[in-house]
Design a protein around this ligand. Structure first.
Ligand code: ZN
Length: 149
């Protein structure tokens, strides 16, 4: 498992250092601010939807490596997906980082699997899920800002 762990670590470090889709979006359908006051993570998620499809996702902001890598992976994972597919991915991701992996396959997880180690650090779950919570709020058309507290 240690090789796998090393690989996952590399994925997180890479996405933290070179976050994907890390920019504002001028033609966003919605944007929502997400805060995790426990850690100081703060991001704005921009979404452009086309009917039921997430045509584009981007984000700006700052926070710890886990939160930034998670926002980066989230943005590149849900782009082009339907809202329902994105919600299912969030559900899968939430189970992964809280250690409830029974029945989850590698195919379900894809690159989200890099965050499996988070389940050993419960305090970091909010870091890992912040971008997903914020995306969900944007897709649901709810509040303009969300907080993990
Ligand atoms: Zn954090």
């Amino acid at each position: 498992m240690s090789d796998l762990r090393e690989l996952y670590q590399q994925v997180i470090l890479d996405h933290n250092k070179n976050p994907r889709n890390f920019h504002e979006m001028a033609d966003a359908t919605r944007h929502v601010d997400g805060y995790n006051p426990l850690c100081g993570d703060h991001y704005t998620i921009f979404v452009r939807t086309d009917g039921d499809t997430i045509a584009d996702v981007s984000f700006t902001g700052n926070g710890c490596a886990i939160s930034k890598a998670s926002a980066s992976v989230m943005s590149s994972t849900v782009k082009g997906k339907s809202k329902e597919e994105a919600e299912n991915l969030f559900h899968t991701f939430h189970r992964l980082v809280t250690g409830d992996t029974s029945g989850l396959s590698a195919a379900d997880l894809g690159r989200l699997a890099a965050f499996s180690g988070v389940s050993e650090f419960p305090a970091r779950v909010k870091c890992a899920t912040l971008a997903w919570h914020t995306l969900k709020s944007a897709l649901d058309g709810q509040a303009e800002s969300v907080s993990t507290e």
